[in-house]
Ligand binder design. Sequence first.
Ligand code: MN
Length: 263
Amino acid sequence: METVDRRALLATGVLALAGTAAASRSAEAQSGPKPIFDVPAVTIPIAGERDVFPVRRIYCIGRNYAAHALERGSDPTREPPFFFQKPTDAIQVVAPNSVADHPYPSLTRNYHHEVELVAALKSGGTNIAPEQALDHVYGYAVGLDMTRRDLQNGMAAQKKPWEIGKSFDHAAVLGPIHPAARTGHFTKGAISLAVNGNVRQSSDLDKMIWSVAEQIAKLSEAFELKAGDIIYSGTPENVGPVVRGDVLLARIDGLPDMSIRIV
Ligand code: MN
């Protein structure tokens, strides 16, 4: 009797072990392959909210103010909009009421500021009509499309991609996103950039050649836009160089100022 009990106990134990192994194998099968290391998600703070905006892609439009198109050597009356991307992890978030250190990047001797309105999408699609485009905008931020101008120009002269001039670490600077539900959409209003207190760029959002709505429509012909995409909507004229120690102050009417120091 005693023996049988022990045998029964042993058998139960073996079954229990087998059950554990089977359960763990099936858990492994269910969870699937795991990343071998963590890559941090890129997010942008939302003004007045605890939750954050996850970034999927960064699109930028080129030469979207007539006077800037002219200074960059193109005809603002004829050219269709063109776009480029920056890598998502090029984002540098700047907190309001602070001056964030921004590293002067490698390889350049002509590092330029470009102040821009940034639109952040909560949804997307393809072939979006301009009339419906703003329905996809979650909110707006003040941004700087920082540019290694000498490298951009050098590559352009060789008919090579701009990548190295535009798509480097920390090249996508911006403040928190302000929900359009609170601010409304930005179709006009002053936009400016000062360096060490001297205003260098000063214009109005209504001088954009292609409005944010038109940019979304045009982009959606080329790419399927999705929630998490952000769009740098172009810079006004008088882009120019900065050096280490310069303090930049970017302003758009209706949004808090955004400031960085080049270090
Ligand atoms: Mn730009």
